[in-house]
Write a protein that binds this ligand. Structure first.
Ligand SMILES: Cc1cc2nc3c(=O)[nH]c(=O)nc-3n(C[C@H](O)[C@H](O)[C@H](O)COP(=O)(O)OP(=O)(O)OC[C@H]3O[C@@H](n4cnc5c(N)ncnc54)[C@H](O)[C@@H]3O)c2cc1C
Length: 441
């Protein structure tokens, strides 16, 4: 049997073992040899592929506690974000930070310290975690928070499963009046205008730009989507009939890996053109459901299969604000020159870094671009890496399948401190992924 992350690259031979409770996690850790936690496998590359045994945690799926006064929810680490939303939204509550898909586990969100469209105001998911339980390399069950085992807590947030296995997480929900978002769409003729609009959106709750990397318009022509949780007064009559409805699961699905010829520069460019025109026509304010606003790609199950059986990579970097327009311009120009097909290019402005030792977010612009895997795109990604580190940036480990150790070390100032922390805790011998082997962690 073989399995892979969301990008289907690389693939790993072996079994994904299913564990059902914290006692089984402890037994597995003490069983000898390297292990690694695996959530929903929505990280793109090799972060969730164990170098030894890979332990699937989806069976740890119980809701454990809710504190009305603080709005603190405690769930087991394998609980899906989609299940949290389905349970809490009808009660007027919402997770404080969500990534671009609902099909992730809460443990995976902690280990990657995921950021959402509100990072500039709310920080990453870890900022809202008040406590977690971790099974360490020695099989100890340790409670961690900012006041208890604080260093382990900090290293575990964004620690990519390399400090231990998280079995439960307590995090704070936010109140919402409705399940709808007041969405404002703005178009930008080029990258500079898109960056300016994101800067001007700093006081908005959610903001993100979709960039047309291949368009016939200016380089970096973009649509900027700003959002606020809608109030009841914002809804039309139909929406107001069920203001907290959670919506239905996706109906469309890509049944198998499509042949690689379905994706080429022409089809990607046509898609980008169509997407730009459709949305540019809808400039202005609309009230939309939370599903299309936060999770547009979840509408098509297994959309990752459109990239064919060789899979795809996502190159996601963050570049500090100073120097970001030159670096991002250079990256987009290089991609346009190489003519590689990308359906999806997304730009966001991140707020101050609040990450753990190897957490990703830092203040600046984050650019994410999908490429089908080929020798050319792997070469292009390596050229993009060099621009990123030359401008003081770094790559996101949850999307990474291929950066080398030199690029990683140049971007992550605490890389050696994290290595030393792991070695001292006995974690480097016990918790190992294909990614940690590649990066010498
Ligand atoms: C369509 C799409 C959109 C996305 N958008 C965003 C976005 O906007 N922002 C963002 O930040 N990310 C985004 N992501 C990435 C995604 O949020 C992260 O990769 C997330 O960590 C995946 O969770 P998972 O449960 O699938 O974890 P997995 O992919 O299974 O694992 C990811 C990492 O977490 C570790 N891990 C998992 N569970 C545990 C546990 N219980 N204890 C310890 N370690 C554990 C694994 O070892 C691995 O290192 C997106 C992914 C997709 C597919």
């Amino acid at each position: 049997m073989s399995f892979a992350g969301w990008g289907n690259f690389p693939r790993r031979q072996g079994e994904l073992e299913t564990l059902r409770d914290p006692a089984a996690v402890r037994r597995a850790v003490l069983g000898g040899g390297p292990v690694l936690a695996h959530g929903a496998g929505r990280s793109y590359g090799d972060a969730a592929l164990g170098a030894g045994r890979t332990l699937g945690l989806r069976g740890l799926d119980r809701f454990l506690a809710y504190d009305e006064a603080s709005r603190d929810l405690t769930v087991e680490a394998g609980v899906m974000l989609s299940d949290v939303i389905d349970a809490v939204l009808p009660r007027g509550l919402f997770p404080p930070v969500v990534p671009g898909t609902r099909y992730v586990t809460i443990g995976g969100m902690v280990a990657s310290n995921v950021h959402g469209k509100n990072h500039h105001v709310a920080g990453a998911f870890g900022a809202h975690v008040s406590a977690l339980t971790l099974v360490t390399a020695q099989g100890d069950v340790v409670r961690c928070s900012r006041g208890e085992n604080a260093q382990l807590f900090r290293a575990t947030i964004g620690g990519m499963g390399l400090t231990g296995i998280v079995t439960d997480v307590t995090f704070r929900l936010i109140p919402v009046e409705t399940a709808f978002i007041r969405q404002e769409t703005l178009s930008a003729p080029d990258l500079a205008a898109a960056m300016r609009l994101l800067e001007e959106s700093r006081n908005r709750t959610y903001s993100v730009a979709w960039i047309d990397g291949l368009g016939k318009g200016g380089l970096g022509r973009a649509l900027v989507f700003r959002g606020e949780h809608a109030l009841r007064a914002d809804l039309d009559d139909d929406q107001a009939r069920a203001p907290l409805r959670t919506g239905t699961p996706p109906r469309l699905a890509v049944p198998f890996h499509l042949p690689a010829f379905t994706l080429n520069r022409l089809s990607a460019s046509a898609f980008n053109e169509l997407y730009y025109r459709m949305n540019a026509r809808r400039e202005g304010m609309r009230v939309v459901g939370y599903l299309p606003y936060f999770f547009p790609l979840d509408g098509v199950a297994h959309w990752n299969r459109i990239y064919g059986s060789r899979g795809f990579i996502q190159h996601q970097c963050v570049i500090p604000r100073a120097g970001s327009s030159a670096a991002l311009g250079e990256m987009l120009a290089l991609i346009a020159r190489e003519g590689n097909p990308s359906f999806l290019t997304v730009l966001k402005l991140l707020g101050p870094g609040d990450a753990g030792m190897i957490g990703f977010p830092m203040e600046g612009f984050t650019l994410a671009i999908d490429f089908p895997v080929s020798d050319d795109t792997l070469r292009l990604a390596a050229a993009l890496d060099r621009i990123v580190v030359a401008s003081g940036g770094r790559l996101y480990l949850a999307k990474d399948a291929r950066q080398d150790r030199g690029i990683f070390d140049a971007g992550y100032g605490e890389a050696d401190a994290f290595r030393a922390f792991r070695a001292e805790a006995g974690a480097s011998a016990r918790f190992r992924s294909l990614q940690s082997e590649r990066l010498g962690l």
